[in-house]
Design a protein around this ligand. Structure first.
Ligand code: SAM
Length: 299
């Protein structure tokens, strides 16, 4: 595949789902496409490019994207942050006046992969007694239909459960032929939806969310697309709502509208209660350093 051909594909993926194809990803993309061109007997990369842009190639395009996005996940990933969510963020949310009196506490796991993250939140909420005491709802979305099928099925290998202690494993899973099936008591609290975070039309359904978890999703995305997604999260959160990112992710260089909160050992972002963007002092400092570094590089 020539550089020009490769750029046509990487740009298509970037515009569609935000994927940033660095040099290593480009090689994987090119070999995947070459294999499909052969299997489908298309004869050229441009014929494949034409196919995935056509209505009849929608499934092929979805599978190409699916194969390029990282879907690594497991139960109780970054548990400290999940504990802060259950023991501090949600109880605080419950004390705040709700827009419509009896509205449930709503959480959105954006980029939920096979569901380990939203199910972990439900298990911890059950353990803390938040559920069933509280009207509590989790929306979980992903671009990958394959991952969502796994999430809805709710059956996992032992590796996904490696961080769960045996008592919780016994309480919330059934062992069947070497696989672990999550109990209906957990499952019933999560609604899975297929959503591309870069597709605003479908996202219109989501609003006034208390907490958005978007952990380990932005890492592979292009920075302009990350910015668009973060702005969209801002609109979807209610004032005072929280945004939780992965432990190696931050909003530095992406947004200065959110407040950065320290919760014991965890850092989380919050939309200020007034709903008006604040210039966070940490970000302001980081932005100054970035601008200075960029100016020095230019010199
Ligand atoms: C590495 S997994 C993270 C799963 C989970 N949040 C966690 O931290 O364990 C990233 C997920 O984000 C999804 N994803 C990536 N880009 C997306 C997009 N534009 N729209 C929706 N989901 C996306 C991928 O399909 C993948 O399942």
């Amino acid at each position: 595949m020539t550089d020009r051909e490769c750029r046509k594909f990487t740009e298509l993926l970037r515009l569609h789902c935000g994927l940033d194809c660095g040099p290593e990803t480009r090689w994987a993309l090119a070999s995947r496409i070459a294999r499909r061109v052969c299997e489908l007997e298309l004869g050229s990369f441009s014929a494949y490019h034409y196919l995935i842009r056509s209505a009849s190639g929608a499934e092929e395009f979805a599978q190409l994207i699916d194969g390029m996005l990282s879907d690594e996940t497991y139960f109780f990933r970054d548990r400290g942050q999940l504990n802060a969510l259950i023991h501090q963020i949600i109880p605080e949310s419950l004390k705040e006046p709700r827009a419509h009196g009896g509205d449930p506490v709503s959480l959105w796991s954006a980029g939920c992969a096979s569901g380990d993250e939203p199910y972990s939140v439900v298990m911890l909420a059950l353990e803390a007694g938040l559920v069933p005491r509280t009207d509590f709802r989790i929306y979980a979305s992903d671009i990958s239909r394959r991952m969502l099928r796994c999430a809805r099925r709710g059956t996992y290998g032992a590796n996904s459960l490696r961080e769960i202690e045996p008592t919780l494993r016994r309480r919330y899973f059934h062992d069947k032929d070497g696989l672990w099936r999550i109990s209906d008591a957990v499952k019933k609290h999560v609604d899975f939806i297929q959503l591309n975070l870069m597709d605003p039309a479908k996202l219109a359904l989501i609003r006034n969310v208390d907490v958005i978890l978007c952990r380990n999703v932005l890492a592979n995305l292009d920075s302009e697309c990350k910015q668009r997604i973060i702005e969209m999260f801002w609109d979807k959160l209610r004032p005072g709502g929280h945004l939780l990112l992965g432990d190696s992710e931050s909003l530095v260089g992406l947004s200065t509208s959110f407040e950065l909160r320290r919760l014991k050992d965890e850092l989380v972002y919050r939309k200020p209660s007034s709903g008006i963007g604040l210039r966070d002092p940490w970000h302001a400092a980081a932005e100054t350093v970035r601008a200075r570094d960029a100016a020095e590089t230019d010199d």
